[in-house]
Design a protein around this ligand. Structure first.
Ligand code: SF4
Length: 361
């Protein structure tokens, strides 16, 4: 059966119409997941009055952003980015709204690997409340030595809807967690902020910490100002050639990291501590020492001293063990020797770092 030209055009127009309807439906549906700025009636209006007319001094800053609609506006902006995703520095421009997977293997749904409360290794009396750790699956980097490779590279995890995630946040608050640490959340920022809005409406108040490798798009990070209190940055390989060889196609890692750190520092300002000595606002750093000084930690320390300072918490980790594909790379196919760790500890002392903790040999 042959179609006449006229019938063919009619079909095409009808098809485009259907596509536009579905697209509008998806957008409207996404918008409806966000809280209105100042709802005039119903349950939403009652929540708005309850939360926003009695803002308290120790409320997290995101409450204020939620009340004035800024949080919802930023969330919407981030959702819009998913049609040609540029959330991380890979900027792979994948249309994740229609279920395509980006270079990080994330699509339109949020996948969480694990979620649980973490208690301090050495408990004091009275006992310190735990902090909640949420690890997300799929990572923009492809480090051959990743110890969470099942989450970061193999997408292992469970899909969480927005309401389900909000309920999980409220549950972590109800069981006594003092903060929520979002571990490698970049590909899911729109989902996380949407879930946060729903949770706020239902009484969520915990401060958010953002755990990252520093491979972040600084413009996207700037949208987290006033939402994240503490950044925990894991400093990976400090020279471009090493990063290119062992962390996937990211030759710009050191430059990207530096831009991201400047943005984090701009947002949080100088470190603020609780009376118990915990970081309340600021950036804490961790650096895992690799065998044969492959990660070039001294370059990170020199940069930090010059651009950010030396009094923020810095953890030097000497517990590296070859994981994932590290065994195929002779330079990092063994554990770290104690003298390799001590050399970096010594360098940190000489450079004047005053808040250093050391793990391992
Ligand atoms: S977050 Fe994932 S999909 Fe988005 S730009 Fe990065 S790699 Fe691509």
């Amino acid at each position: 059966m042959f179609l006449t030209r006229r019938t063919f055009v009619k079909y095409v127009v009808a098809l485009i119409g259907k596509f536009v309807t579905v697209l509008c439906g998806v957008t409207a549906c996404r918008r409806s997941r966000l809280s209105p700025r100042q709802p005039s009636s119903g349950k939403a209006a009652r929540s708005y009055r309850r939360i926003c007319t009695r803002e308290e001094a120790n409320d997290p800053a995101y409450i204020h952003l939620w009340c004035n609609g800024e949080l919802q506006a930023r969330t919407q902006y981030l959702w819009d980015q998913l049609s040609a995703c540029r959330l991380c520095p890979n900027r792979c421009a994948t249309n994740r709204h229609i279920g395509r997977k980006g270079r990080c293997k994330a699509d339109h749904e949020m996948v969480i690997h694990t979620m649980y409360p973490v208690y301090a290794a050495h408990q004091t009396w009275p006992a310190q409340p735990p902090s909640a750790l949420i690890t997300f699956s799929n990572c923009p980097l492809s480090c051959v030595f990743c110890k969470n490779w099942d989450a970061s590279q193999k997408s292992v995890g469970k899909i969480y809807g927005l309401t389900e995630s909000a309920i999980a946040l409220l549950h972590l608050q109800n069981i006594g967690c003092s903060s929520v640490r979002l571990n490698m959340p970049t590909p899911y920022l729109p989902h996380i902020l949407s879930a946060l809005s729903i949770a706020i409406e239902n009484g969520f108040r915990l401060p958010l910490h953002y755990r990252t490798s520093g491979y972040e798009n600084a413009e996207v990070l700037s949208l987290l100002a006033g939402i994240v209190d503490v950044y925990q940055c894991n400093l990976l390989i400090a020279d471009s050639a090493g990063a290119q060889e062992l962390m996937g196609p990211c030759p710009q890692y050191p430059a990207v990291l530096h831009r991201a750190l400047m943005e984090m520092h701009r947002q949080t300002g100088p470190s603020l501590f609780t009376p118990a000595g915990k970081l309340r606002r600021g950036i804490s750093f961790e650096h895992t020492v690799l065998p044969q000084n492959t990660a070039r930690g001294e370059l990170h320390l020199k940069w930090l001293r010059k651009h950010i300072g030396t009094n923020m918490p810095l953890r030097l980790n000497g517990t590296y063990q070859p994981a994932y594909q590290a065994i195929n790379h002779p330079a990092i196919a063994r554990r770290v020797h104690s003298h390799e760790l001590s050399r970096l500890v010594q360098t940190a002392k000489q450079l004047g770092f005053s808040n250093v903790s050391v793990d391992g040999t």
